[in-house]
Design a protein. Structure first.
Length: 100
């Protein structure tokens, strides 16, 4: 289990900046009353699609995927783990930002 978390963290580090930027943008527009909560969640899910597109078009992604495949992990499952942990963190930030 610890090894799985470590591999997921290494996989997440490559997309962490994009996830944080998307989260902070959604929280900013939510706090400035330009977005409502359901639309902020939809924007966050759309950012995941954009991140997948950028990773797919990135030429270094094949080398990265090769490392994780050799370690015995499925790339789709790693995306699921990384995005679900990021989404849980986003929901926590979202709930903290809407408390007034």
């Amino acid at each position: 289990m610890i090894y799985s978390l470590k591999i997921t963290w290494y996989f997440y580090k490559a997309i962490m900046v994009w996830c944080i930027i998307a989260s902070l943008a959604c929280i900013y527009y939510l706090c400035s009353r330009q977005l409502n909560v359901p639309f902020a969640i939809i924007c966050k899910l759309a950012s995941y699609a954009a991140i997948l597109g950028v990773q797919y078009l990135n030429f270094n992604a094949t080398k990265t995927y090769f490392y994780f495949r050799n370690a015995g992990f499925n790339i789709n499952r790693l995306y699921l783990y990384a995005f679900s942990l990021d989404f849980v963190a986003f929901i926590i930030l979202l709930s903290l930002s809407t408390i007034r």
